[in-house]
Every structure is written in structure tokens, then in C-alpha cells.
Ligand binder design. Structure first.
Ligand SMILES: [Ca+2]
Length: 224
């Protein structure tokens, strides 16, 4: 498990503890029953010498993150809302999410990642899954597809998009400054893809993509 992954899990857990209403607040069942005051639980990450209390808290957080990861990533799906298709499981969290990075972090915490779409059959499956949700936004779901510095699109496993399946709406992608991809949920482009800003302003909340996570269904919990 690489350092970047550990760092993402660590930061996400801190956010979950500071904001119990966040999308990752389902860590609550894994936390202790000790009374806690979020305003007191602060970290000075610029301080190289943690106090004993800080070290103890960091150890507790690491234990909780590891527990959550093991519980989510080592369970054979379908389970807890994950839907099985092919060698993978999929989960839609139908909450509009302004930032692509927030959607991805949520999937990572749950042992998966944003979806890499490999075929028309998989694209159709995902679109059908979107249509079954209570909340369906115009921008549908975030995809695991982003522009890199060369302005070309790559999947989150670094596969160049140009080498595989795509389902762009006619005329899309249409702006190099829009670096993240989504699948439309409604309208004339429903089921097709578009590029959009990775960090949208709150005024676009009701249009914003919801979260679609994908993970291997195998016991080892390896990510797609
Ligand atoms: Ca666009």
C-alpha cells in the first residue's frame, strides 16, 4: 500500500471526524464511545514534534482507518448496496458532488475508485444504474477520466483514453479547461459523456454529478 493512498485515507478520516455529516460519516460505528469534542481534536501538522496526546490520537485514527478499509475492501460483493456486474461491483451514492476529487476520495475510502468504462455494455449498465436512483442529476455521475498536462484524457489507471472505448456526446469534449469527465444522467445526452470543470461552484449543485464507485469483486479488494 503506497504512501499516497495512506495519506488520502488519513486526511479523509480527519475530515470525517471534523464533519460528522460528511459522506464518509459511516465511520461512526467504528469509533470509540468516548466523548469527543471536534474543536479540541486539532492537529498542527507543521509541528515536527507531536505531543504524546497527538501521537495517541494518530494511532487511534490509523486503527480506525485500517478497520474501515479492511471491512470495505475484503468483503465479497454484492454487499451493502454494491451491485455486481462482470468482474466488478458498482455503488451509486446519489448525492450531487461539486468536486471530482471529493467523489474519488469517497470511493477510495470504500475500497474502490471512480469507474473506468471499458465497453458499451458496461456504459449501458452504469446508465441503467443511474436511472434507478432517487436523485438523478443532469450531469449524471463522475467518471474516472481526467485530462493530464498534455490536455489529453487518461483513465485513473493511467490508460490513455484514445486507446479504448469512449461514449462522448457529439461535439464533446469541448473545452481543454474542463479537465474531468462525467456521464449525463438526463436530457438529450443521457448516457453519453462530456468534459466539465473538476471543481464546480455551489450554484451548480443541483446539476452536479453524483458519485459512482467501482471495485473488483474479488476477495483481495484490489482496485479497478
Ligand atoms: Ca464540456
Amino acid at each position: 500500500m503506497n504512501r499516497k493512498w495512506n495519506f488520502v485515507r488519513f486526511i479523509a478520516l480527519i475530515i470525517a471526524q471534523i464533519n460528522p455529516k460528511s459522506a464518509v460519516s459511516n465511520t461512526a460505528s467504528l469509533t470509540s464511545n468516548k466523548p469527543r469534542n471536534p474543536m479540541v481534536q486539532t492537529f498542527n501538522i507543521n509541528n515536527w514534534g507531536f505531543e504524546d496526546a497527538d501521537r495517541k490520537l494518530l494511532s487511534e485514527i490509523k486503527y480506525k482507518v485500517d478497520s474501515l478499509y479492511e471491512k470495505s475492501a475484503t468483503t465479497v460483493c454484492p454487499q451493502d448496496g454494491w451491485v455486481h456486474y462482470g468482474n466488478f461491483s458498482y455503488l451509486v451514492i446519489d448525492i450531487p458532488t461539486l468536486k471530482w476529487s471529493d467523489a474519488r476520495r469517497t470511493c477510495e475510502i470504500l475500497g474502490g475508485d471512480l469507474a473506468i468504462v471499458r465497453s458499451a455494455a458496461e456504459n449501458n449498465f452504469i446508465f441503467d444504474l443511474i436511472k434507478k436512483q432517487k436523485t438523478i442529476t443532469n450531469w449524471g455521475v463522475w467518471l474516472g477520466l481526467v485530462r493530464k498536462a498534455d490536455t489529453k484524457f487518461y483513465w485513473i489507471d493511467d490508460t490513455p483514453m484514445a486507446n479504448g472505448y469512449t461514449a462522448w456526446l457529439t461535439g464533446k469534449p469541448d473545452s481543454v479547461s474542463q479537465k474531468c469527465a462525467h456521464m449525463y444522467g438526463t436530457g438529450g445526452g443521457a448516457g453519453k459523456w462530456d468534459d466539465v470543470y473538476c471543481d464546480n461552484s455551489p450554484s451548480y449543485f443541483t446539476s452536479s454529478p453524483v458519485i459512482l464507485c467501482k471495485k473488483n469483486k474479488s476477495l483481495n479488494g484490489s482496485r479497478p
